[in-house]
Design a protein around this ligand. Sequence first.
Ligand code: GLY
Length: 411
Amino acid sequence: MASICLIIKKNMNRLFLLLFAVALTNCTDHKEDNSVDIEKILSQNVEKTKETLKELTPDQGFARNIPNGQTNWELVGVKDWCSGFWPGVIWYAYEASGDEQLRLQAEKFTEPLKTIAYSAAENHDIGFMLYTSYGNGYRLTKNEEYKNVLLAAADTLATLYNPNVGSILSWPSQTQFRHNTIIDNMMNLELLFWAAKNGGKQDLYNVAESHALVTMKNLVRKDSAIYHVGSFDETTGDFLKGQTHQGYADESMWARGQAWGIYGFSVAYRETYRKEFLDTAIKVSEHYLNRLPEDGIPYWDFDDVDIPNVPKDASAAAIAACGLLELSKFVKNEEQSKKYVSAARRMINLLSEAPFYSGDTNQALLLHSTGHLPHKSEIDVPIIYADYYYMEALLRLQKMDEDNSTELAKS
Ligand code: GLY
């Protein structure tokens, strides 16, 4: 009798495992058969980050780009708008691996950026510099000193707010644009929202919310493409015109700008629950997805008349993937949510293979980003923010897959 019970029990266990495997396959139906192995790619990226760290120290500077013909990062100082991304990559590598050596390195590369929080604001990029470095550092370590730096950084960023316009002056030095508010600036509201919830001034929430509303009303065009720069009268607050700085033309769709919009409006919705931000995030995402070339990675600007003979922008793909993964958490329709996860997964799959994955080519994780083509700078090269958002997207996907498996195991 006991042996019959054992046989039944064993077979029940097998049946359970079989059902679990079938359920897992159904649950991850947004995963394509040729999905990359996220664990493997993350661990390769961690190893590569460790190798690169052997050749870099914070006093030399912070990784920014790798010009053609070079294999090592070109370095910039703390005041460069990209200074936070390299410490951010190291924090993500620490998050992926739990390697304490990486935590120590991340701390070393984070600390020099403190000065930005306590100096007069030169531009909106304070969020890019500090939320990627100190923000990830605080999220992962809960170091109280990091929190204080972030709160100071939020106050400094808010000094650029103009109440007449209701938005932050993104580039004080670019006076030709009058009071300018650029789509990239949406990404720096997260620092303000975070500070308002974590002991900072409540007004920081109002500044961020107002900034997002002004951006939504004036920079998002009727066709759902986004202006790079909005120019406003600094006294009356009137919207003067939409322009570009880094895109092909004022009315074109600059790929990275559209990606900043996808991510930025998704976060604005997460923080405010204002439906118009969700609607905006959806419409700018749909427009981006509908206009993507068949191979899934955008050209630097969707409207360059010389497409397909123009460079791609891998950074836009990595940013859009993060934004779509964020958005997928808030759309009410399950099919639509799966569509955004699936689109993001496809982007990350594509970036994880030739011709975008760097492998042994140079110190970067990704090739083929375009920084500022009209200025003839950073064209079709590795750029550090592509690596940063690529690591973020991989970690987001890994977490989603783990959560799905846990949910299934519980059900
Ligand atoms: N925030 C500047 C850029 O996206 O190039």
